[in-house]
Design a protein around this ligand. Structure first.
Ligand code: HEM
Length: 409
């Protein structure tokens, strides 16, 4: 264990090749990460990280730490981006709660992701991917993040929530502003989205269908005491913020990874049955499009694998680092479309334990459909720029993300 504080730029946090020497600093090491105010503990080893994600001595809700006072971290962040105070109640669901409070709400959110609901999206998503492919191919070029990733994943979320077809263009316009990574545009769009969700809930209460909103608002259904209109709006905002931008950028990174590994793409094209069970999880591991998970806080003083952790210390899991740990994955830096990660999920791109990504099955379905449509069924697409010309943007404290993926046909 080292007492030294290692400075990590956004670029380092997002580069799997940088993690070899970093892991030598021990299971936990102190790091000053670009975009974060104070140094944190950083974990980049697979076993160490998995254990932390399952250890209830590490919690998400900073306001529950002994002696904690002042505004919660969520409220502070909302204050900073200029979010109107009346909307604060809609944020912080799931990601920043623990124990029973988290489990109960998570069980409600999980109702959006039953196998029946996710599988019911398949036909619509296949059509949407095929239509987008046809439109871009006819144009001869396109940006696969802006023109495929965002509209494709946003359509899935609208379908999942039960947004009427006729309302989608209007809602999608506001959603694009909301998930734009630009705080001014986000705040400007939020009022319209909340008003729209309020109206939709009122309509479904009056005339239920078989969609998610109707299920959540059903009189006498389970958890009715919990499911006020405000909580349903908070659930929808959570699905809107987690279910669009992360998978949209990931889809771009997944396609890029295959275009940059023509020998692996050829292997997949020769054996397309690898796609769902082997290639999709491998792309999710390899790209790890969310390079770091949210902070966990030590709820007491204790020693973690030889490191003295103090109450209130923050630990950041490097999901990218752990997914490229050679002690867990052979040839960890290599993309292998036939990689067998053994039983279970295998990688930690979706986290692990009680906060495991609720949208994982949907993200995998979206990836399977997009890769099948854009790289297996059709085989003429190529990168329109040199890899070194691709633009990445900083996500403060969370590394970098690919901004656009220009391709031609
Ligand atoms: C490739 C795409 C995606 C990636 C890489 C991803 C990754 C993650 C990660 C790393 C976490 C945090 C785990 C933790 O805090 O320990 C998470 C949580 C979550 N994700 Fe995803 N996600 C993706 C797609 C989605 C989609 C499509 C949805 C929903 C429609 C979704 C909904 C959520 C929710 C609600 C949580 C919070 C779970 C909780 O705190 O209990 N994600 N995701």
């Amino acid at each position: 264990m080292s007492e030294q504080i290692i400075t990590l730029s956004n670029k380092t946090v997002s580069d799997p090749a940088e993690y070899g020497p970093l892991r030598d600093h021990g299971p936990l090491f102190r790091a000053a990460i670009e975009g974060l105010e104070s140094p944190v503990w950083f974990v980049a080893g697979f076993d160490d990280c998995k254990e932390i994600l399952h250890d209830s001595r590490f919690i998400r809700d900073q306001s529950k730490l002994p002696g904690a006072e002042g505004p919660s971290l969520t409220d502070e962040m909302l204050e900073q981006v200029g979010m109107p105070r009346e909307y604060f109640k809609y944020f912080g669901l799931l990601g920043l709660s623990d124990g029973e409070e988290h489990t109960r709400m998570r069980n409600v959110v999980a109702r959006a992701f039953t196998a029946r609901r996710v599988n019911a999206l398949r036909a619509g998503l296949e059509k949407s991917a095929a239509d987008t492919y046809a439109a871009l191919a006819a144009k001869g070029e396109g940006d696969l993040i802006g023109e495929l990733g965002y509209p494709f994943t946003a359509a899935a979320i609208c379908e999942l929530m039960g947004v009427d077809e006729a309302d989608r263009p209007k809602l999608m316009g506001w959603i694009m502003e909301y998930v734009s990574y630009d705080t001014e545009r986000l705040v400007a769009a939020i009022g319209n989205i909340i008003d729209y969700y309020k109206d939709l809930i009122a309509r479904r209460r009056a005339e239920p269908t078989d969609d998610l909103i109707s299920e959540l608002t059903k009189p006498g259904g389970p958890d009715q005491d919990l499911l006020t209109d405000d909580v349903i709006i908070a659930i929808f905002l959570l699905l809107t913020s987690t279910g669009i931008a992360p998978p949209a950028h990931f889809l771009g990174q997944a396609i890029l990874a295959l275009l940059q590994h023509p020998e692996e793409l050829a292997k997949l094209r020769a054996e397309p049955k690898l796609l769902a069970r082997r290639t999709v999880p491998e792309l999710i591991r390899f790209a790890t499009s969310v390079p770091t998970g949210g902070p966990l806080y030590a709820a007491e003083d204790f020693e973690f694998r030889g490191c003295p952790v103090k109450t209130g210390d923050a630990v950041i899991p490097s999901l990218l680092g752990v997914n490229h740990d050679p002690r867990q994955f052979s040839d960890a830096l290599k993309l292998d479309v036939a990689r067998d990660m053994g039983p279970g999920v295998g990688h930690l791109s979706f986290g692990s334990g009680s906060h495991y990504c609720t949208g994982a099955a949907l993200a995998q379905l979206e990836t399977e459909i997009v890769i099948n449509t854009f790289l297996i069924q059709n085989q003429t697409m190529e990168l329109a720029v040199k890899p070194e010309e691709l633009q990445y943007f900083d996500v403060p404290g969370k590394g970098t993300a690919l901004g656009a993926l220009p391709v031609r046909f």
